[in-house]
Design a protein around this ligand. Structure first.
Ligand code: HEC
Ligand code: HEC
Length: 416
């Protein structure tokens, strides 16, 4: 899903960037007008990129052009400018972290440093690297054997330390090494909050029945309880290497030079609840599915250690803030349930479940709304859900000057 440009393309872009960039003098005499134009361009490009990956390169060009001008004209250090447009500057800085080549995760330190510093949190527990287990989890046909092994481990673990596991089919995405592979085995390994040991959510990609192709990915999200009802989420992808002698090695995907992803783009709530393809979790494992989702809800508000300040991205979908309803009482919803239904941000906001703001993933959002899980506790029929979804997206990305959307309003507002 990531785009890589070769050196010649980058060079051309650079030329194009310089040619199309506004002169600093012009920006500085009319900063407000410049920001307004850039915000419209950015929000429009973000909307297109939300709808289609094909529009991602254009979005990235807009972002790079803005960062380039901010830097070139010294605006990010200009106090007068920051005073008026600090929120815009902070947003652009946070959103463009993953435009730097060694920041694929989108954090404020290079990927290598992130993995170095968080190594203990995201290490796969030794017992999940046992050769027999690795072999049986790497084929659909022997998955039951892998689960028997986990049950055996559980027989020797204390009640609070029991591994919670089940297999399911994802309705959202393939693995990083195979876009068509949707089967997973998820194992939640309980930590010990008092000892500073995080819960580890370890997920193995499992090949389809009969498939000959190997699935390499193993992902970890860890959840470390923090102060004041928050938790920190840490991420790492690993790849299995299937050696000729039948043994299986496991190493970091990034360390293997296989790239990485901006996990937070989708993992707004740190850990994500599992909303699997209907019928893909066996009756026997239903309880484990419910249990991991219950566990997720006990974590509280997500944070990402010192590596990202998510609040810089502003309010998310279905939020009232941003002043977009000014002069439009009720926002045109009338007094029906649909009005309340759009206030996703009563739960999905910074300090709670995390705001659903750009950059975010269309497949995850539309699946929860159209698939019937969200908004929480509302009975809506399919057309109502479709309409709600359209409305949420429209209100978030709107650039209409008379009633700007959530993102535009945030970018144009002053720091408070
Ligand atoms: C394109 C969106 C997307 C990206 C990017 C993404 N994930 Fe996920 N991830 C999901 C979704 C959605 C789920 C929930 C299960 C499902 O529906 O497949 C999930 C589940 C997981 C799980 C199982 C535990 C949980 O949170 O439910 C792990 C572990 C995981 N992801 C790790 C990662 C890591 C590590 C990265 C970055 C290297 C990453 N993910 C990037 C969408 C994404
Ligand atoms: C009353 C609180 C509440 C409201 C309102 C609500 N949600 Fe949620 N949302 C939750 C909870 C709780 C979960 C975790 C669900 C689970 O455990 O399966 C969740 C999960 C999600 C997820 C997956 C996790 C993530 O953060 O990406 C998405 C996407 C989502 N909701 C979208 C929405 C949208 C869009 C709306 C508004 C139309 C909405 N929600 C309204 C409580 C709420």
């Amino acid at each position: 899903m990531r785009f890589r440009l070769g050196a010649p393309a980058l060079f051309l872009l650079l030329i194009w960037d310089v040619a199309s960039a506004a002169p600093c003098a012009q920006v500085k005499t009319k900063p407000g007008a410049w920001v307004a134009t850039q915000v419209d361009a950015l929000v429009g490009a973000a909307h297109a990129a939300y709808e289609s990956d094909d529009a991602l390169p254009a979005y990235e060009r807009v972002l790079d052009r803005i960062t380039g001008t901010l830097r070139r004209c010294g605006l990010a250090r200009d106090e007068g400018f920051l005073d008026r447009h600090g929120r815009f500057v902070e947003y652009v800085e946070a959103a463009s972290l993953d435009r730097q080549p060694d920041h694929e995760l989108g954090f404020n330190v290079p990927d290598g440093q992130y993995f170095e510093e968080t190594r203990d949190y995201v290490r796969i527990p030794e017992f999940l690297l046992a050769p027999g287990f690795l072999r049986s989890v790497s084929r659909y046909e022997t998955l039951d054997r892998a689960k028997s092994f986990l049950r055996l481990l559980n027989s020797a673990r204390a009640p609070a330390d029991q591994l919670i596991f089940f297999s399911y089919t994802s309705r959202h995405l393939g693995t990083p090494d195979n876009a068509h592979s949707y089967r997973r085995l998820l194992i939640v390994v309980p930590g010990d909050a008092e000892e500073g040991v995080p819960d580890k959510w370890v997920q193995f990609g499992v090949p389809d029945p009969g498939a000959r192709a190997r699935i390499r990915n193993v992902s970890v999200v860890s959840a470390l309880a923090g102060a004041g009802g928050t938790f920190d989420a840490y991420f790492k992808d690993y790849y299995r290497t299937f050696r000729r002698d039948g043994s299986i090695g496991v190493k970091g995907r990034w360390e293997l030079g296989e790239g990485d992803d901006n996990c937070v783009r989708c993992h707004k709530s740190g850990v994500l609840p599992i909303f699997p393809v209907a019928g893909s979790v066996s009756a026997r494992e239903q309880e484990a599915l419910l249990e991991v989702n219950r566990r997720f809800l006990t974590y509280g508000a997500p944070r990402f250690g010192k590596y990202l300040d998510e609040s810089k991205f502003g309010p998310g979908l279905g939020s009232e803030s941003g002043g977009r309803r000014g002069g439009q009482p009720g926002g045109g919803y009338g007094e029906t349930g649909a009005r309340r239904a759009v206030s996703c941000a009563s739960c999905h906001r910074h300090g709670q479940l995390g705001a659903l703001n750009w950059p975010m993933d269309r497949i995850v959002i539309s699946s929860y709304v159209k698939g019937g899980l969200m908004p929480f506790g509302f009975e809506l029929n399919a057309p109502e859900r479709g309409e709600l979804y359209e409305r949420l997206i429209r209100e978030y990305f709107a650039t209409d000057p008379a009633s700007p959307g959530i993102l535009k309003s945030w970018l144009l507002s002053k720091l408070s």
